[in-house]
Write a protein that binds this ligand. Structure first.
Ligand code: SF4
Ligand code: SF4
Length: 128
């Protein structure tokens, strides 16, 4: 069984992904490629594509609900790291459920994790 996020990607095409501009400034230790961002306000940038009425992050690769993944997973913004898939850690995730429902996918349940083994986990990000 693959990690459920790898056949989803819905939350990356639902929310506006906003974060402090320093996360995209390498001189300050930022890792997010600045060319994938655009200014939101004096303090924040957003991932390009996520301010649209039909949002889709520019870094999302693949087809939502079929096979999708973050193209910058090891260096993605902090807000993306904070989104938990529902029930992966034994609790419901409102963001995950909202994203999946908006794309016609059923929310994850505890049963979706029964057959998931550590061997199926994506390679851990470097430098994190
Ligand atoms: S909506 Fe949930 S299952 Fe889908 S990619 Fe986001 S966290 Fe993973
Ligand atoms: S940076 Fe990656 S995890 Fe964050 S919204 Fe974009 S595709 Fe999703």
């Amino acid at each position: 069984m693959n990690h459920p996020c790898l056949s989803c990607g819905a939350c990356c095409a639902y929310f506006r992904i906003a974060f402090h501009w320093a996360e995209a400034d390498p001189s300050l230790g930022g890792t997010v490629p600045v060319e994938l961002t655009e200014k939101l306000d004096p303090h924040r940038v957003v991932m390009r594509g996520t301010q649209s009425k039909t949002p889709r992050c520019v870094a999302l690769v693949g087809e939502i609900g079929v096979a999708a993944h973050c193209g910058i997973h090891p260096i993605k913004p902090s807000v993306c790291r904070e989104v938990e898939p529902s029930w992966e850690f034994g609790r419901h995730s409102p963001q995950c459920d909202k994203g999946r429902i908006a794309h016609g996918l059923t929310p994850l349940t505890p049963e979706d994790w029964i057959d998931f083994s550590d061997a199926a986990l994506p390679a851990p990000p470097e430098n994190v």
